[in-house]
Design a protein around this ligand. Structure first.
Ligand SMILES: Cc1cc2nc3c(=O)[nH]c(=O)nc-3n(C[C@H](O)[C@H](O)[C@H](O)COP(=O)(O)OP(=O)(O)OC[C@H]3O[C@@H](n4cnc5c(N)ncnc54)[C@H](O)[C@@H]3O)c2cc1C
Length: 479
């Protein structure tokens, strides 16, 4: 990169906002999909919208790929600089700008960590609903770009339902204010268009988030099952009975063992083949009745124990085990491939069985922890990325699991986005016209194609990109 360009950028963000040291750049070679890596040429970390706009204006002259990045917890390679370029990270933009109790919204900078927004609004008796299991680290901007889900999205919807407005800087350095706290903005729903766009339309620098009143009561139930099938059947039945918990999660035996052997031991069970973890929110009376009905259904489907957390401390412990489950898998193997697929709920147990078979046929160890209420499965395959043959088998199993889900009426991704991981599978659910329409929409925001190129949409012709995941050395050389 030209010295004059670096000098111009440094004049905007200062020495703390610019990284060119090769050792420090290495920290940005991938997101949490560790099997695809490339060290970026530069990392920029602006402090606010003005700095972000100024940097993008300067970079527009040179035209390198710009890869927006929050905390890098994404699981589909979305923030991985697989073509090199400039990682544009938002983690220095982390101010909560406003919490408006009366109109129930918060305005935050994009680098605010999800859990920090929750605690900022809890002082006002309000809550921000989307709660990815990575919420201790992931940013609101990353949640917006991936339209992230989380356990409580079963009742409150994924991120798109909670975003009212955005400040976005496009690749040419223009600042755009989209939507806002007013109930129904005129014109096209550009906020809806940006949410889920995986960093390909621009960099979100500020986000206006919808807040909801914290419930009068919340109860957490744990139901222990002798089989995963029983737990899946209970989920289908309780939803069919119009019960409306706020979260419905399933953990299988291998996951329970990993959690219980970790610092996050939650006291789930020594005997259960599956646990169902359910939250019920609402008014006292309503919650009591729903808990009673859920317990009856769980027992009728074979649960041998159903218990309700006795206090807030126990609730936190039960949820910490669930939310820390991916991390706990580190006990099984050095790396974890978190597949993310979605199927109609009634097909859950069939697909869990099929994905387990597909992994076993390839000599792979798989565990399951998932947002059962949404039919959103995470078959988690433990592996070692230093073993190229094992990586190939993991990817093959991932593709076969995806195909099985599509055949069962499901889709490519429940919540982690497409990124690089699933880009070349998009043709399984979209035809050429669909993909062309997506590219045209992208070009309307970013005619230069600078923003996060080669992600999510397979491109053709002169823009063709054929990056495939490859195994890398443990010390992480470029792909
Ligand atoms: C342990 C663990 C648990 C997880 N649990 C869940 C879960 O329950 N639900 C769920 O949905 N996901 C989950 N994830 C995936 C991940 O945490 C989410 O996708 C999250 O939203 C990513 O946020 P981030 O700040 O880390 O974004 P990054 O990984 O840094 O980026 C993700 C994508 O967003 C783009 N991007 C980031 N910031 C911006 C911005 N300001 N403007 C424009 N584009 C931007 C990037 O280019 C990239 O394409 C989990 C991941 C881990 C590691």
């Amino acid at each position: 990169m030209k010295q004059s360009l670096l000098r111009a950028l440094k004049a905007v963000v200062g020495a703390d906002g610019l990284t060119i040291d090769p050792t420090r750049l290495k920290a940005y070679e991938c997101d949490s999909l560790a099997m695809i890596r490339r060290v970026p040429d530069l990392v920029l970390a602006p402090l606010d919208t003005r700095e972000a706009a100024e940097c993008l204006r300067i970079l527009a002259e040179e035209g390198p790929p710009i890869i927006p990045r929050g905390a890098g917890t994404g699981l589909s390679g979305g923030a991985t600089p697989h073509q090199g370029g400039v990682v544009f990270k938002t983690t220095r933009m982390r101010r909560v700008l406003e919490v408006n109790e009366l109109d129930r919204f918060a305005r935050v900078e994009a680098g605010v960590v999800n859990v920090d927004l929750s605690s900022a609004c809890s002082h006002h008796g309000l809550s921000y609903a989307p709660d990815p299991s990575s919420q201790q680290a992931c940013t609101i901007g990353g949640n917006v770009a991936n339209n992230s889900g989380g356990p409580h999205c079963f009742r409150y919807g994924s991120t798109t339902r909670s975003i009212m407005g955005l400040v976005v800087v496009t690749a040419d350095g223009e600042v755009h204010e989209l939507g806002g706290p007013e109930p129904d903005a005129e014109g096209y729903d550009l906020v809806g268009c940006f949410v889920g766009s995986e960093g390909m339309l621009g960099v979100a620098t500020e986000v206006t988030c919808k807040l909801i009143p914290a419930p009068e009561t919340s109860e957490t139930l744990l139901a222990l099952f002798p089989s995963l099938d029983g737990a899946c059947d209970a989920v289908t039945e309780l939803i069919a009975a119009n019960l409306e918990p706020s979260a419905i999660e399933i953990l299988d035996r291998l996951t329970i063992e990993a959690v219980e052997a970790s610092v996050l031991a939650a006291g789930y069970s020594d005997e259960a083949e599956a646990v169902l973890l359910i939250d019920v929110d609402g008014l006292n009376e309503e919650v009591r009745a729903t808990v009673r009905d859920i317990e009856a259904i769980a027992r009728s489907r074979g649960a041998f124990e159903v218990r309700t957390a006795t206090d807030a401390k126990e609730r936190r412990r039960l949820w910490a085990g669930r939310k820390g489950a991916f991390g706990a898998m580190g006990r099984i193997a050095p790396d974890l491939y978190v597949a993310d697929v979605v199927v109609p709920r009634t097909r859950l147990k069939e697909i869990v069985l099929r994905s387990t078979e597909l992994c076993r046929e390839r000599g792979l160890k798989v565990s399951n922890v998932f947002h059962a209420g949404d039919g959103n499965l995470h078959p988690n395959i433990s592996y070692d990325r230093r073993d190229a043959d094992e990586v190939a088998r993991v990817l093959d199993a991932g593709t076969e699991i995806m195909k099985a889900c599509i055949a069962a009426g499901g889709s490519l991704s429940g919540e982690h986005g497409i990124g690089i991981e699933k880009r070349d599978e998009m043709h399984r659910v979209f035809n050429e016209d669909d993909l062309d329409a997506m590219l045209k929409m992208r070009a309307a925001w970013d005619p230069s194609g600078q923003m996060n190129p080669g992600k999510a949409i397979p491109v053709r012709g002169c823009m063709e990109v054929k990056t495939k995941p490859v195994a890398v050395a443990a010390n992480g050389g470029s792909q």
